[in-house]
Design a protein around this ligand. Structure first.
Ligand code: SF4
Ligand code: SF4
Length: 403
């Protein structure tokens, strides 16, 4: 497999993927946004202002960069990329990146950034789990490689010891990250460097196909890199949900413990960006393992953010809560108390920020349905927050997160 993919960046007034020449200033991007409150006239005026002078404006602080405006834009100009580019101006004007936000972004340890939430969480794992993580950091030779993203690395044993996943080699070290949260936070240069290292690390493996657990990582590989960086990754990419569905349909694995549950499906920000087939595969898989699923009022191209995206404007938890409350209205309208989350980040937020609802992580449910054990599910994650190193670091960033 060819080594080293180099990032190419075109320079112009908008350098981060927004197609300014297509924009007709209709304002549909902002006027239809669930997180803003603009008339079409106001929305058009804001877009006009940004196009004349791209920079950060206070009236953009509502934006959590969920990407849904891209699907309202009638000309395919990618307004969410414009929102991210404006945020980049805010980042550049800051003396220091808010510490709560910096703490939440993985992949920058190699560049000397300080403490990191994910690495702290890995430190809190047991001896066996840590041994598995060390093994996952080493490149492999196999027909299929399963890329394990930052969050799925918090449940090593369930994935490593899965009988259903026995034929796939697992890969992903503690500093490996797709870069999505740096990019979403407007830290483009850092995010693109992380993404670049991500692809080059994957290319250290010998494989034919990459299977990806996290939809954000998949979106970076299949849409952010080609659309904003002009980089097409030189290997096929499929989701872990497609991988499971294929095995179930071919009969190479069997559902031995069907999950009898009536639940609403919680689409994440990236769902629609990964394509209709991706969204349909998730639904077919949930149904195949025995779940009875229903849609939330906002789904697919209109899906609401779980709230996590709110952290990456200024690092404030209040923005996460604000966005999570909007999602909560959707949960209430669904009439279901059980929620299926297939993004690991959404699962954590839906689990911890939505009292009264029970979030189920689809990956865990699939493993259980196929007869695997999930001895330490994400729902036990909170116990690691009490470990001294993590408690200390959370305390250190709490001022930045709360005030
Ligand atoms: S990215 Fe999301 S929050 Fe931001 S303007 Fe678009 S739809 Fe609204
Ligand atoms: S929806 Fe598209 S065309 Fe309309 S103002 Fe927004 S970016 Fe421009």
């Amino acid at each position: 497999m060819k080594k080293e993919v180099l990032i190419k960046i075109e320079h112009g007034i908008f350098t981060r993927g927004f197609s300014d020449e297509k924009c007709i200033q209709c304002g549909k991007c902002l006027a239809g946004c669930q997180y803003g409150n603009f008339t079409s006239k106001q929305a058009g005026e804001i877009v006009k202002k940004i196009r004349v002078m791209p920079q950060w404006y206070p009236e953009l602080s509502f934006c959590i960069r969920c990407g849904k405006c891209d699907h309202r834009c009638p000309v395919g100009a990618h307004p969410s990329y414009l929102m991210r580019e404006c945020l980049e101006h805010k980042r550049q004007a800051e003396i220091k990146t808010p510490s709560s936000m910096a703490y939440s972004i993985n992949g920058l340890g190699v560049e000397g950034w300080g403490a990191n939430f994910f690495k702290d969480a890995y430190k809190g794992l047991g001896t066996v789990d840590k041994r598995i993580l060390r093994n996952w950091a080493t490149p492999k030779k196999n027909k299929d490689i399963l890329w394990i993203g930052c969050t799925d690395r918090m449940m090593p044993r369930a994935v490593e010891e899965s009988h259903a996943l026995r034929n796939i080699a697992k890969f992903g070290g503690p500093d490996d990250c797709c870069g999505v949260w740096a990019i979403q936070a407007g830290l483009f240069d850092e995010g693109y460097r992380i993404a670049n290292r991500f692809v080059n690390r994957i290319l250290e493996n010998h494989f034919e196909r990459l299977v990806v657990g996290c939809g954000h990582c998949q979106k970076v590989l299949t849409s952010i890199m080609p659309e904003t960086l002009g980089v097409k990754v030189p290997f096929p990419v499929i989701s872990i949900y497609d991988y499971f569905l294929d095995m179930i349909e071919k009969g190479s694995v069997r559902i031995t413990k069907p999950v009898n549950m009536d639940a609403a499906i919680s689409d994440p920000c990236f769902g629609y960006e990964n394509g209709a087939d991706y969204l349909n595969a998730v639904r077919r898989l949930a149904t195949a393992i025995g779940m009875s699923i229903s849609e939330m009022p906002h789904n697919r191209e209109n899906a609401l953010c779980c709230g996590y995206g709110g952290l990456h404007t200024d690092g404030k938890i209040a923005n996460v809560v604000r966005a999570a409350l909007i999602k909560r209205k959707d949960m209430a309208a669904s009439g279901k108390k059980h929620i299926i989350s297939y993004c690991p980040g959404c699962h954590l937020v839906n689990h911890y920020f939505q009292p009264g609802y029970k979030s189920h992580y689809l990956l865990e449910n699939v493993l259980l349905a196929l007869g695997d054990n999930v001895t330490k599910p994400f729902s036990t994650f909170y116990r690691r927050l009490a470990y001294p190193h993590m408690a200390w670091n959370l305390l250190s960033v709490s001022k930045s997160a709360l005030l």
